[in-house]
Design a binder for this molecule. Sequence first.
Ligand code: PEP
Ligand code: MG
Length: 777
Amino acid sequence: MTDTLDTGAGDTGAGDGGAGDGGHHRFDGTSSRRLLARLRDIMAGSGSGQERLDKIVTLIAAEMKADVCSCYIMRAGEVLELFSTEGLNKTAVHNTRLRVGEGIVGYIAGHARPVAMDNAPSHPSFAYRPETGEDPFQSLAGVPILRGSKVRGVLVIQHKDRRRYVEEEVETLQTIAMVVAELVAQSELVNPVEVTTTGDPVLLPARLSGTAMSAGLAIGLAVIHRPQLTVRQMVAEDADAELERFNAALSTMHSAIDDLLEAASLAGLSEPRDILETYRMFAEDRGWLSRIREAIRVGLTAEAAVQQVQNDTRARMSHLTDPYIRERLMDLEDLTNRLLQHLAGKTNGADAGTLPDDMILVARSMGPAELLDYDRSRLRGLLLEEGSPASHVCIVARALNIPVVQAADAMNRIEPLDQLIVDGDHGQVFIRPAEDIQMTFAEAVALQHRKEQMYAEIRKFPSVTRDGVPISIQLNCGLLIDLPHLTASGAEGVGLYRTEIPFMVRASYPDVKAQTDLYSRIMDEVGDRPVIFRTLDVGGDKMLPYMTGGEEENPALGWRAVRIGLDHPSLLRQQLRALLLAAAGRPLSVMFPMIAEVAEFVAARRLLDLELKRLAVQGIAPPSGLRVGTMLEVPSLLWQLPALLPRLDFLSVGSNDLTQYLFAADRGNPRTSTRYDPLSPSMLCVLRRLVDECARHKVSLSICGEMAGRPLDAMALIGVGFRTLSMSPPSVGPVKTMLRSMDVGALRQYMSGLYTGADHSLRDKLRSFAKDHGVII
Ligand code: PEP
Ligand code: MG
């Protein structure tokens, strides 16, 4: 086992001093400490880098009783040059060169792993170099010299006899290698240009584990987004001139943001205003601007003033952990950087000419407008160090179908133009991946593209099962930017419009006018297709920054959704008023979230009626047709169906919340969120009962939780009797493909035997059914 090369740090092949070690000096903790103490002296002492390196190899050879100690340093072109040796021919120093991958030394560099072996010459990787005079040496232990994730060289010891190295020897060599790495970096043993040239030092493959923020796979080259500009001149001579410069930069920045919005509209992104509005608002914020102007008046340059105000803001807000505030802080950072760029006369950080065709942006944080600065046709993925799925940049990225992963330390680990794979499905990033990983992911990306093409094709075909049962596919949306998907996906309408997202990205509660404008834009956009507006579903973990509710121990069971609306009727009434005004003469569907009892529905409906009356008094046209419904998310409502259903036009199952309340399992807690399966007898019994009751009361029924968008779950839902499924845009293709391949009659019959079973989950059985019956899931 000792001459195997494939050894990691924990398995160096270093035995416990067994065969071949008898009679040798034993290297132990004391020897190691002594060696390191002497090493410290050398580092603290005088001498050039080369002299100190020579001392180090002599010391190692002496202390480790090695016949040879050599240090190879990485040079440009992935070449390892012998820089210093004790025991080999000195004439070989600076002459012997090995390519990475060549010989055992090259192997250590290429794999960035320590190696220990008792019979080096017999190993296939052994490269004989006569000038070194190394023929008589049998055993070898070597470690890579690493700095960050880069290999800077290799440190080896050799012995004439066959011996097994003990773990302590290899570990000590690794520690020394760290010191040598510093020496290489500090003393410029190698021209620093050589060291920093990209592609020259060997970079290790690495994997970062993070959080998935936008689904999908992307392969490309790293482009490091560095918006920070350093402010050099702090004090200005002429405050008026500085103010003028600042005003000019501000107005160019405003028009640049407007151009960006317009470009986004032209690119078919609709107007992403609801996201960028906050951003604009900050850009026009009087407090922010007047603080900057004040700082200029005091004598700072425009750049220094912008920077100083940002530093103050950062310091004042640094202790706040509220995610909303942190997001706003990022928007401000983004604006500050933009202003600094405009002051410096640089208008765009993304110089298209120098960017690769397939690029993955790597950023500490980023604002939505910054993302839109980059050429969409080249942008494949995004890797952020900071950010949450609710951040503006992620919302925009999802709308653009760009995979996003958030992972700490990304900027330190990645070099410009590094090959990257962003796996937005599993929240991982592969940095400089090995060829086999690259190939696997390239296949997955190709498959993803083929599927997308197939899904695009299927748009033309009717949404009907194999045995002719029509199924209505609707979309779940939450932003104007989502709406172009309606046409692109061929969905019939919007089954759930989550109105809370625009509320969450604003700094204050939008007034009736702002809401009316937004809702009427949505209605314009969807045209003749139906859209169900769900009233504000905030609270719990979706608290609005301008709404004080206090911390709650059990937010999911707390003061949220319609409960807030009923306690603050003016808020709910304003929203209902805006919806009615926006509809004026057009059809309107309104849905209330989190209704737990009929009385709540009645109370909410009463507020709507009050608003209808108010409309009539003002002589404003009512909607051409008004449909009112509720989400079914709270199980208590299941026992009031006879009283509830006659009052409803429609009912939509919010299976995300229904599952969490039915099983008493927090949907946001990874330990419980997948513990119970919605494809379980209890959940399917509940759903079947709803199907029967709604049919009896002639109330239209749909389902808009995540399960409606998962092909296997959607199959089961159709088997249970659902005919309307509402899902996020990317699910439409897979679900439509599935339903066109299924036979409802056969599934219904199969499922009739499943409802009363004792199974924890019916997923496997349903999957087998799908397989046996050619259902594409
Ligand atoms: C649900 O609970 O299933 C639902 C669709 O609502 P949300 O996910 O917005 O809570
Ligand atoms: Mg819900």
